[in-house]
Design a protein around this ligand. Structure first.
Ligand SMILES: [Fe+2]
Length: 223
């Protein structure tokens, strides 16, 4: 399995406060059969410059991969970001925030704000710039807002949390059947909860769906 959304880089965001936490997260992932983790620390353009973020991400990535090298580790970590959609974002070279060497960008829509026409137009602008947005945890937003997104030619990631309750699980199945769910992510923060156990559990139950998520992930990652 590929975890397409994870906060596992040490001290880059609130997802991991230390190398030890990151190693525990990766141990849980490995036990559940995860082979690749797309590391997606939060990027908020109003909080820090892109170059500061990239420096911090590089340091976290280096520290983690160094620590993993002594563990005979076979999980691949891919550098990416969970990019919050903000008005000033476009002043940056957005390719630097894309997943690995791809043109795909994990984009977080506003959680506590109303979406305006600008938010939809911004997605079109990203596409015009050659960036393919993948909307992060599409299960978390109101369908009032997402309906308009589904008309666009873009991809969507869901969080494993969406499988945990009957109504949200029903919603995920409907998203998937309608071609609006393409990737699965743990969105892991810290190591107190183990979302990877849930990924393994629901993969066993919805094998075709999870296999499709995996194929989509490999396709985007050019593997
Ligand atoms: Fe996240």
């Amino acid at each position: 399995m590929v975890d397409f959304h994870a906060h596992i880089l040490p001290k880059v965001d609130h997802g991991s406060d230390s190398i030890e936490t990151s190693l525990k997260q990766i141990k849980m992932a490995k036990r559940a059969g995860i082979k690749k983790i797309v590391a997606t620390p939060h990027y908020y353009d109003n909080k820090e410059s892109l170059s500061e973020f990239l420096d911090r991400r590089e340091e976290g990535f280096r520290n983690l991969t160094n620590a993993l090298s002594s563990y005979n580790n076979d999980i691949e970590i891919i550098k990416a970001a969970e990019v919050n959609l903000q008005t000033d974002l476009f002043k940056n070279d957005l390719k630097k925030l894309c997943i690995g060497d791809t043109n795909f960008l994990l984009l977080e829509m506003p959680m506590n704000l109303n979406w305006s026409s600008w938010h939809y137009e911004a997605i079109d602008e990203l596409i015009a710039l050659g960036i393919n947005p993948i909307i992060a945890h599409i299960n978390r937003y109101s369908s009032y807002y997402t309906q308009k997104l589904f008309k666009k030619d873009i991809l969507f990631q869901i969080n494993i949390e969406a499988f945990l309750y009957f109504s949200s699980r029903r919603n995920v199945i409907s998203l998937y059947k309608n071609g609006n769910a393409h990737f699965i992510g743990s969105d892991i923060h810290g190591c107190e909860r183990n979302p990877y156990e849930k990924m393994a559990k629901y993969k066993a139950k919805y094998t075709k769906m999870f296999n499709d998520f995996e194929l989509n992930s490999y396709s985007v990652l050019n593997l």
